[in-house]
Design a protein around this ligand. Structure first.
Ligand code: ZN
Length: 618
């Protein structure tokens, strides 16, 4: 048996102590010695993070004697063979306030198994026992985790168990004095545990989450694939993010995104939190169980490349907000507003003209997860563009079947074949399988199978492997929605729903750059391809000190943009490194990249629109 005990031993030094015990019987079956290794990355977050760098002390003892160890590489320890029980002790430094690794202080502890549990190579398929021990000083701490209890009480310290190593590292653990909200969805117990100061209306939150979870369980088909589910949320002033696991999710949220007592409407902030919960919950099926073949099994020592992240993150992003409107948590107009923002984000980056989405997925490790100042010019997001591919694919399938079948059915097919079916789940979704499934789904509705095959191929070639614009206008029109692009009116214009589109009278000007104001200076953070700033020779990192001879500030720049005309100039004085430079910037009109979505006439009566947004069910 492999047994770990983990203690939040020194919260002020951010140290978890781990004791890994391999009994003599198990050790004897490792005649070549004991190899221990820690993952270099965590599933769901595609970047090499080398978690072993946070192991700060390591020792091993057998039969009362220290065991010498050697290092094989940055993540691997080697111990000699032994006849005795071997006890390995190590400390994990936990001071990363994110959903990806581990964090410990006097207020709470959080860890992912990928940061804390050394794998005993050769034993990954065996059951792993875990004893969670309470801190020495802090009183009243509880535990929230989806790890199976093996004697521990619900929310208690004590013994837990995992089927194998893969299971062990997919149940993060939160410990502390979090707020608990409990609810049932389709008979399955669910928990929301919130860490950090907050004043959330837990009853409303649990009610809304019940609605989301029940919809998704029924969407894929009961029973739910989990025996229980845990949302663990850390709130701070401004955080946002989440990471999916097989029966839980770790979330970070800004405090103001939780619903406060007495608030009844769905504010933009609260909608963003519900969207995040909906997104991670959808992953319970789409990526945790329906997986790319490449991840079946994971190799956590190195990068694993797949072109399919558009299907796992993009389709999930399409459904996260769609579930909110289909369940009545937001209005159809609020939904169109969210969609308009996604369209605007894709449209605003020149990267969409350089990188196809399959390539964006493949290069996630080095591009999407390592974004620099040039990212908007170089990268297209498989989340945002993936959402739009999903929307266009939904319209494609529905329009080729007279509305008889759609993306919902494709997701259920994927679930049946690659989630529920044991062999399919073990194999995972092959890289080029989704077009085949779409073709098979549409064949009963096609006049000519050959022509259908060509149309399906053409759709995926365009959507996944080219930088051609997606057929967004046509796809949205199919669903009863009109799309117009307008120039951004100001920095806050990120796309929106509009009752009736009226072309703007004037076009605002743009310098083709993003900046932040710090210490009465403008720091250029991003320079957009072919924009005024780039043509004038400005670069990210430049510090603007004067515009037309006056001190540079956001206010003075905004005023200048308001009062000048396209083609007029600004004299810019700036620092690059410590050298003062001057340049002439010729103002351009802002690009038409902000989406305006409105209903087409009679759309609200159309059965396609009603089915898409589930308007008839309310
Ligand atoms: Zn996701």
């Amino acid at each position: 048996m492999i047994h770990y005990s983990i203690t939040p031993a020194n919260p002020s030094a951010h140290i978890f102590e781990v004791v890994l015990t391999l009994n003599a019987e198990r050790v004897k079956r490792l005649p070549e010695g004991i190899t221990l290794r820690l993952p270099a990355w965590i599933p769901g977050s595609y970047m090499i993070r080398d978690f072993a760098k946070n192991i700060v002390e390591f020792s091993a003892v057998a039969n009362g004697e220290p065991l010498p160890y050697t290092r094989l590489d940055k993540s691997t320890w080697q111990l000699p063979a032994s006849e005795h029980t071997v006890v390995i002790k190590y400390a994990v430094y936990a001071w990363d306030l994110s959903v990806r690794s581990a964090h410990l202080d006097q207020t709470h502890g959080f860890f992912n198994g990928t940061s804390t549990f050394l794998e005993v190579v050769g034993c990954a398929d065996e059951a792993h026992r875990v004893t969670l021990l309470p801190p020495h000083q802090q009183k009243g701490w509880k535990v929230a985790t989806s790890l199976a209890r093996n004697g521990a009480e619900r929310y208690g310290f004590g013994d837990y168990i995992a089927k194998n190593y893969d299971d062990l590292i997919d149940h993060p653990v939160e410990m502390g004095t979090f707020t608990l909200g409990e609810f049932n969805a389709c008979g399955v117990p669910h928990v929301m545990a919130i860490t950090g100061r907050h004043e959330a209306d837990m009853a409303r939150l649990c009610k809304d989450l019940t609605t989301i979870c029940e919809y998704q369980i029924k969407f894929f088909g009961e029973p739910a694939p989990v025996a229980e589910y845990v949302f663990m949320t850390t709130v701070t002033g401004d955080a946002y993010g989440g990471l999916e696991h097989r029966a839980s999710t770790a979330l970070m949220s800004a405090r103001h995104c939780l619903p406060f007592a007495g608030q009844t409407q769905a504010t933009d902030d609260y909608i963003s939190f519900l969207g995040l919960c909906s997104h991670e919950y959808f992953h319970t099926w789409n990526i945790k169980r329906i997986k790319p073949a490449v991840f079946s099994p994971f190799d956590l020592s190195t990068e694993q490349h797949t072109e399919l992240l558009w299907a796992f993150e993009g389709i999930t992003s399409y459904y996260d907000d769609l579930v909110l409107v289909r369940t009545g948590l937001i209005t159809p107009e609020q939904y169109l507003g969210l969609l308009a923002k996604t369209i605007t984000r894709v449209q605003s980056g020149a990267g969409r003209c350089k990188q196809a989405i399959a390539e964006s997925s493949f290069d996630a490790w080095t591009k999407f997860y390592k974004q620099d100042e040039n990212a908007p010019n170089a990268i297209v997001s498989y989340y945002t563009k993936g959402t739009l591919v999903a929307l266009c694919l939904d319209a494609f399938i529905q329009s080729h079947s007279d509305g008889q079948t759609g993306l919902d059915d494709l997701m259920r097919t994927l679930w049946q074949r690659y989630g529920l079916d044991q062999k399919g789940a073990e194999q995972g979704v092959p890289e080029h399988e989704i077009p085949n499934l779409v073709w098979a789904q549409l064949q009963p509705f096609a006049q000519s199978g050959e022509q259908l095959r060509e149309e399906v191929k053409a759709f995926f070639d365009m959507a996944l492997y080219s930088t051609e614009a997606l057929p967004l206008k046509e796809s949205l029109a199919y669903f009863g929605v009109a799309l117009h692009f307008a120039p951004k009116q100001n920095e806050q214009d990120t796309g929106h729903y509009i009752e009736q589109y009226v072309p703007p009278q004037t076009t605002p000007l743009s310098i083709g750059a993003r900046w932040v104001e710090k210490n009465a200076q403008l720091h250029i953070t991003h320079v957009f391809d072919a924009g005024s700033a780039q043509l004038a020779g400005l670069s990210a990192g430049d510090v603007l000190v004067a515009i037309d001879g006056l001190r540079a500030s956001t206010a003075s720049l905004t005023r200048a943009l308001k009062h000048k005309l396209a083609g007029e100039q600004l004299q810019i004085t700036s620092f690059r490194r410590d050298e003062l430079m001057t340049c002439t910037l010729i103002l351009q009109e802002a690009p038409h990249d902000s989406a305006r979505l409105s209903w087409l006439p009679q759309a609200r009566q159309s059965s396609v629109t009603k089915t898409w947004l589930a308007l008839t069910q309310k």
